[in-house]
Structure formats: structure tokens, C-alpha cells
Write a protein that binds this ligand. Sequence first.
Ligand SMILES: [Zn+2]
Ligand SMILES: [Zn+2]
Length: 151
Amino acid sequence: MTASTKLNVDKAPTMLRGSCLCQGVAFAIDGPVTDALYCHCTMCRKAHGTAFRARARIKSADFRWTKGEDLVRYCESSPGLYRSFCSVCGANLISTFDARPHVYGLALGVLDDDPQVRARCHVHVASKAPWFEITDDLPQFDELPDARFKW
Ligand SMILES: [Zn+2]
Ligand SMILES: [Zn+2]
């Protein structure tokens, strides 16, 4: 394995780690992180308490809690969509979807390692906070650009 430890941007790094603010909860991802974007919808803004949610997609089979799973709570923010968070510090973790059990949404901000992916667009810009100005050149979509993003 020693020869393959060199970072390769074309290949997803293995064993990404993430944790909450209070360090009571930790998790690991053994697989690719994909479809990163910035979501400006009202629910994401409220859940994160900030201008937008930086999120990506992972396979649920690649994900496991490594610490403090008993501290994790789930909020059903829309029917069949559950946002998980640490019950001690409130950090957003993963989202799960009744309709798509094979994938999870991942709040990129709680990662401790670099997932290598970078956000490729802004979505739900029609719901953007009036006090926040998007200053990058990424594509902006009023809602979700295509069905692939829906979960
Ligand atoms: Zn915590
Ligand atoms: Zn959102």
C-alpha cells in the first residue's frame, strides 16, 4: 500500500474522517464524495445558521459512525428527508432520504479531511439570503438544475 499513499486527485481518497464541533460524534467515509454544491435554500440556511450549505453526496454503504452515534438526532425537515446533527453541539452531519436509501447528503463543513471535490454550482439561489452576495463564477440556479440533484 505504500506506493499508493501518494495523493491522486483523480481517485477519491480513502477513509475520509469527519466530526462535530464538540468532538462527541465522529464518522468515516470509505468511498467517493461527489456532486458538491452550495445550497441557498431556506431550510439549509436555517439548519446551518449561515448563508448556504456546502454539501455533497456519498454512498450510504460507504459511511459509518466511528464515535457517538447515540448523540446523533434526526430532524425531518421535509417529508422523507432527515437532517442529522449532534445533540450536544448542534453540528450538521449527514442527511438521509427515505426515497433514496443508497445515498446520504454530507455537510462538507464537518469533514476533517479534504474530500478533493469542489463545489460546482450554487442552487436555490432564488431563496438566497439578501445579505449575502455570491462573488464566485460558479453557475447559479434558481432552484435545482436537474433531477439528479433531487433527493
Ligand atoms: Zn457535537
Ligand atoms: Zn438546501
